[in-house]
Design a protein around this ligand. Structure first.
Ligand SMILES: [Zn+2]
Length: 174
């Protein structure tokens, strides 16, 4: 009898733990629900070939593998719209979000380029997964895709890393 009670108590604790556990939420997610990388981040041929100009693809190009119609571009992280451009020479219709990254403990900026339609206004607060626009091919682009970039201030990054290092060392002393 006691064994049964103990087992059921343990089982209920386990179930409560499992049920109350929130789904893992990544601080930065991808801006498409389904995606395929059409062009990766990195240095492109002219630079590797030794030309003088630095040709770097500062983000990643993503497409929906199933459809080209009405592909929704989602906020990768909770944030506020700090840039809402309609005719950027490079990124066409694009949005830049400023966000506080709880994992990195610093501000990060996410850029979404080449959209056909923007669904947010300047200064608007958005939540992760919210539709901010529709994928397109505006600006310098050869076909519908979203150019996704993550940016941060190097000085802030260095401060955040130093702070974490100091805290880790402090914790290690106790
Ligand atoms: Zn790109």
């Amino acid at each position: 009898m006691r064994k049964v009670v103990l087992t059921s108590v343990l089982l209920s604790i386990l179930l409560t733990t499992l049920v109350s556990q929130p789904a893992p939420k990544f601080s930065i997610d991808l801006p498409l629900a389904r995606y395929k990388v059409s062009s990766p981040f990195g240095f492109r041929a002219p630079f590797m070939g030794g030309y003088d100009n630095l040709t770097v693809h500062k983000g990643v190009d993503l497409i929906d593998p199933d459809t080209k119609k009405n592909v929704q571009v989602l906020a990768a992280i909770d944030g506020v719209v700090v840039v809402r451009a309609l005719r950027d020479p490079l990124y066409g219709k694009c949005v830049l979000l400023k966000s506080w990254d709880p994992v990195l403990q610093m501000n990060v900026y996410t850029l979404y380029g080449h959209m056909s339609l923007l669904k947010v206004r300047l200064g608007q607060h958005v939540t992760q997964g919210q539709t901010i626009g529709i994928e397109g091919s505006t600006g310098v682009s050869t076909g519908p895709h979203v150019h996704f970039e993550v940016l941060f201030d190097p000085m802030e990054y260095i401060s955040a890393i130093r702070m974490r290092y100091a805290l880790d060392n402090w914790a290690g002393l106790h």
